[in-house]
Design a protein around this ligand. Sequence first.
Ligand code: SAM
Length: 296
Amino acid sequence: MHTKSQIEMLLASAGVEPNKKLGQNFLIDLNLMRLLIDDANISKDDLVLEVGCGTGSLTQALAERAGQVIAVEIDQMLAQIAEGELAGAGNVKIFNTDILENKNTISRTIIDAIESARKKLSGRFLLVSNLPYSIASPLMMNLITGAIVADAMYVTVQKEVAERMTAVPGDRHYGTLSIHMAATGEVKTERLLKPTVFWPQPQINSAMISFVNNAEKRSRIKSMDLLGDVVNLFMQHRRKMVQACVKFAADELAGINNWPEIFQKCNIDPHNRPEQLKPEDFIAVSNLCREILDNG
Ligand code: SAM
């Protein structure tokens, strides 16, 4: 783990300064870093993905506990520093790349690395990171709904993003992220963080959150893609009545023409607003739509 002065020194010797655009706010409160690691309860059977490894401060601590660590860093200079700092760790692979190929896809190189490492380890696949805030939501959505699903995630995010993740029906923060997280697992704000625990200090407050995937909940969802389409269809018009949203149905959902019956079967009052629907309601609607579409 690196103290503030160690990080300053590593950056100064490389002749660089923290890049604001890349969200380079290093976690310098090492007690909090230890708490993040303790939350994750990592074992030698586990594979850990760290996104935005910076100078390799958290990476070192993860390597001591995990079977394998895949660390990703977009900044070439920082990736080089982390390589140097972790030269002795045989179970760490550092990738100098953008974790996201585009908003909806994790880099193919990283997916391949995760898939190959998973074959050698019997434990969980975890995301443990002090995330670059600009990509926290799309990255976590990907690890819930995408090609590769995380068993659990322990991360630092912007406080507002934590509020969106943990929001319940009726909250003003309730949305796509909260619905998908509640539909597939358990999400919790572990602790709030002041700007002073980072260097340089961000202008916003932060939070450490945990998300644990729940296989039983996940098995209730017939099609993750269609659930996403249904959530988008309704939540894009969160304050309209649900019966008024269906005229915007596109793609596969445009093939559904018996919405009143669907609402009735799912016990949804068509006058309700989407922001009042529970995650289970969205699952019920998407499952029924799946059945209707599959049966012609
Ligand atoms: N892990 C370090 C720590 O806690 O001290 C640094 C965390 S800092 C909040 C986020 C890091 O993510 C930065 O080093 C930044 O360069 C990197 N980063 C930003 N966008 C990225 C992306 N799209 N893919 C991979 N890394 C990224």
